[in-house]
Design a protein around this ligand. Structure first.
Ligand code: FAD
Length: 508
């Protein structure tokens, strides 16, 4: 039978069993589509990264002798949406069976089910062969539990895949070295340049402009730096092992004006597009570490591996356990719109201007910038989670809904009321000061709660706790904060200061 196999833009997995054999009767279908460029406003570098990686993948399949039908964004015959695309190819090539790989997004999952229900030919969904677990695994694992504790899921992954294990026990006797992953960076000399693959994207940039695709952010047309092929992704992985792993854990939570990447791997796009698999990434890192145990401590390696087989895999499970309801959750009932400077970086708060500025320039911010700077600010200020989802989903190179929304609504905004986290990630200026040098370069004072120079984080912090008392006071991990608040003498002054800032949020 003649088979049509659809490959989505984030399904660039060369090692998929589909590609093991060559078959004249199989046509692989890939398309750059307006449906995908327009469901949210993406960063220009994100659109470029996906299109270039997709083109490279199609070329690879072609070189390997597979038959590929590829639609570029500006092709006249490009149907620009999935229904028409699939139907027109079925007609054109007289297809008898339609196959696709399970999408990671609920939106596409629904759309593909709908398409298949309308088709007159047979259809079949295959696994992507990318993740460690199947979609429903986490929901089964936590059956009848109200909260999903990441740590127990993570330990199960360690055991199941024999990663950092010494028989039945964790290597070096401890499961989790998070306590050792919290230093601020004091020595600039330690920093390394990131491994990049600069290339010109002038022509494609023009095509995207001509197509009038709306985008945000900046790009140097002569120096696009993200990896766009499996070879490049593997080089980034090797570079991470050889140069960055040694300090990864130590400075995982550091904030600094010196460098946008620190010791982070920049591998999220490589994995989310499936050019690299999570298992090969962690196994490569573990193997490298085994050969360099005298130089690299376990806390660097465990900290990294936890993010991937722990958090990343866990977030995907939460997504499938809780969608579509998850996308509607707003535990605190927050309603405020995002300050205008989220789109420009122009604010006097140094931590935010740095974190947003680099996001616009690079389509990248590391985890603590996302969680404890932009996310923390938004939660304290009471921004509507829908607004935030749109922002995070658009701006980052790695933003795909399954991992964006669980991090944003769940981990960062506590809008799920505590499925992902046990308490909201909020802090005053104190934390940001402790983690690095942002406060040293700021127009506001991290020490002050009230007055013209007071850092907005300080009054917002108490405003947040005060206005959400009924929702948070009973949480055993938060009680302390209320006892401190109750003892404070200038409560009203602090709340007034917060109100004043909130009313002028666009000019902070
Ligand atoms: P590293 O610090 O080098 O970490 C290694 C890998 O671990 C990452 O590549 C990533 O695959 C994984 N990882 C680390 N933390 C997480 C996490 N919390 N959840 C899932 N995977 C994780 N990550 C995305 O991939 N896409 C998103 O859209 C996204 N949105 C986020 C939104 C918010 C509000 C927050 C707080 C976090 C978000 N993250 C997202 C998680 C994390 O910030 C990024 O994965 C990380 O910053 C990517 O940079 P890196 O590859 O250099 O990561």
């Amino acid at each position: 039978a003649k088979i049509l196999r659809l490959i989505l833009g984030d399904q660039l997995n060369r090692n998929h069993s589909w590609f093991q054999d060559k078959n004249e009767d199989v046509i692989y279908l890939m398309a750059e589509m307006r449906q995908e460029t327009d469901y949210v406003i993406h960063h220009i570098q994100k659109v470029l990264a996906f299109f270039i990686s997709m083109r490279n993948f199609a070329e690879y399949l072609d070189r390997e002798g597979h038959q590929v039908k590829y639609f570029e964004i500006d092709e006249k015959s490009n149907p620009q949406n999935l229904e028409k695309l699939v139907q027109s190819c079925i007609d054109e090539f007289e297809i008898e069976v339609f196959e696709y790989q399970l999408p990671d997004e609920y939106r596409l999952d629904q759309q593909l089910k709908e398409i298949c229900s309308q088709l007159k030919i047979k259809s079949k969904a295959n696994d992507t062969e990318h993740f460690l677990t199947e979609r429903e695994y986490l929901a089964d694992f936590f059956k009848r539990k109200k909260t999903y504790l990441m740590e127990s899921f993570y330990r199960e992954m360690r055991r199941k895949f024999d990663i950092l294990m010494d028989g039945k026990e964790p290597v070096d006797g401890k499961w989790n070295f998070d306590q050792e992953n919290r230093s601020a960076l004091k020595d600039k000399q330690l920093l390394r340049k990131p491994k990049t693959h600069p290339k010109s994207v002038k022509k494609l940039l023009q095509t995207i402009k001509d197509a009038q695709i709306e985008t945000i952010g900046n790009v140097d047309p002569e120096k696009f730096t993200w990896p766009t092929s499996r070879e490049e992704c593997l080089e980034i992985l090797d570079y991470f092992c050889e140069r960055l792993l040694v300090h990864f854990g130590d400075y995982q939570d550091a904030l600094t004006t010196w460098d946008p990447f620190l010791f982070h791997s920049r591998l999220s796009f490589a994995m989310n597009s499936k050019m690299l698999s999570p298992l090969e990434v962690v196994q490569t890192v573990e193997k490298y570490w085994e050969g360099h145990r005298d130089e690299i401590s376990i806390s660097q390696v465990e900290g990294f591996i936890r993010q991937i087989i722990g958090w990343r895999e866990y977030m995907r499970g939460v997504y499938w356990a809780k969608m579509p309801d998850y996308a509607e959750m707003n535990f605190f009932g927050h309603e405020r719109t995002l300050p205008k400077w989220f789109w420009t970086g122009k604010t006097k708060m140094k931590c935010l201007s740095e974190s947003i500025g680099q996001s616009l320039d690079l389509a990248y911010a590391h985890h603590i910038q996302r969680l404890m700077v932009t996310g923390n600010f938004a939660l304290l200020a009471g921004i509507h989670p829908d607004e935030l989802d749109q922002w995070y989903l658009g701006i980052y190179i790695d933003a795909i809904e399954w991992v964006e929304i669980t991090n944003t609504r769940g981990m960062s905004q506590f809008a799920d009321g505590g499925i992902v986290g046990t308490k909201p990630y909020v802090s005053s200026a104190n934390y940001i000061k402790k983690q690095g040098n942002y406060c040293d370069h700021c127009a506001y004072s991290h020490k002050e709660k009230v007055g013209e120079k007071a850092c907005p984080f300080n009054s917002f912090y108490w405003h947040f706790y005060d206005r959400n008392r009924d929702k948070l006071e009973k949480n055993p991990r938060i009680g302390m904060a209320y006892r401190t608040w109750d003892k404070m003498k200038n409560k009203q002054e602090i709340l007034d200061q917060a109100e004043k800032y909130l009313n002028n949020i666009d000019s902070l």
